[in-house]
Design a protein around this ligand. Sequence first.
Ligand code: MN3
Length: 207
Amino acid sequence: MAFTLPKLPYAYDALEPHIDAKTMEIHHTKHHQGYVNGLNKAVRELRRIAEGDGDASLTKHWARELAFHGGGHINHTLFWYTMAPEAGRTQREPTGELGPALRETFGSLENFRRVFLAAADAVEGSGWAWLMFDPVSGGLLVTQMEKQQDLYVTGAVPLMGVDVWEHAYYLKYQNRRSDYTKAYWNVVNWAAVDAMYIAARGAASRM
Ligand code: MN3
């Protein structure tokens, strides 16, 4: 069994003008595909080592590859799933169960937006900003991720994240990352993020 590139739930130009079609196409077919390929290779090599057929001294190398490409695959899958064309969105802002939870943690939705975008704009180098559910405290966190997995909070469940690698915005926004992250806010699929939140809380309550 191999991991495969998931289809986007919308066309490449569906998030225009906020995220341009060319960036979406390259991001999906080249970058995300690259993580899928790297993940499959790491799994293959670790399996060979497990079967006594590979070089066990390279376990550390392939484990790092697994974490990086596996993170890349999962992060991008979530990224696509939690965006939607403006016209197709069923919610203009977080409602459902997520809205009240965000208000409780951040005081207001406006403050959540401020905190989330500040985290995204301040990522050092390539990475992500995330809203995560922490099953230990039952609360919400805004965190950063460097590369595809560094700084990840063990056990936390990602609900929505914005990719701030340059490949995610450079064609349209060049160095203006904060213009891109503000634009990202217009294409968040709040119904999908709410569904992620409800699922994460449900899973935690069964632990
Ligand atoms: Mn990316």
